[in-house]
Design a protein around this ligand. Structure first.
Ligand code: SF4
Length: 189
């Protein structure tokens, strides 16, 4: 009995509340027991981290699932060290940083699987995340649970709006915020 339970346990890296809704619903519909993990040192600035965290607390309360918040590990320097001088390939290193940490926690916690809400976003490099997850897992007992959650993109947006939670307008890092605002900045000059 305990073995079956263990095989159903998945540690889900969660980038933000809105992206978690249909992912958690979908995995549960498949019979998985989901625990979230909020580990995102890429988010800039700290106030934004707190807003996204709050949105996830709201989603977790509504859907009733547990979340591990690694708040003490929130340190932008960790993200910046990983991506310095390789900004053009920064997303790969950002994914790796977060998936590696998720896998480590999953192994320690005896989870049979780990996954990420990054697989929900149409804005992310989906295939890179899938391949990276499988590569990190290797042949270990903790498998990468790959699903293409993107077909629920619109549904997730509608649900997050109906929940009234904070919905960010940039991916997370300082670079993505700059890219989001660049057009506005150029119009000023
Ligand atoms: S754009 Fe998003 S995925 Fe890419 S490095 Fe920035 S926060 Fe990470």
């Amino acid at each position: 009995m305990a073995r079956i339970q263990n095989e159903n346990r998945v540690l889900l890296h969660i980038c933000c509340g809105p992206c978690s809704i249909t992912v958690v619903q979908g995995l549960r519909a498949e019979g998985f027991e989901v625990t979230g993990l909020f580990y995102n040192p890429n988010i800039h600035p700290a106030a934004e981290y707190l807003r996204r965290r709050e949105a996830l607390v709201e989603v977790a309360a509504r859907l009733d699932f547990p979340v591990i918040f690694l708040d003490k590990e929130y340190d932008p320097a960790v993200y910046l060290r990983e991506t310095a001088f390789r900004e053009n390939n920064r997303c790969f290193h950002c994914y790796r940083l977060r998936l590696e940490r998720t896998l480590k926690v999953a192994r320690r916690g005896g989870f049979a699987h780990f996954s990420s809400t990054l697989l929900y976003s149409k804005m992310q490099k989906h295939d890179v995340i899938r391949d990276l997850g499988h590569d990190l897992a290797g042949d270990s007992k903790t498998a990468f649970l790959y699903r293409d959650f993107r077909p629920t993109w619109n549904q997730g947006i509608e649900l997050s709006k109906s929940f009234g939670i904070y919905r960010q307008d940039y991916c997370g890092c300082i670079f993505s915020e700059f890219e989001r605002r660049r057009r506005d900045l150029r119009q000023l000059g």
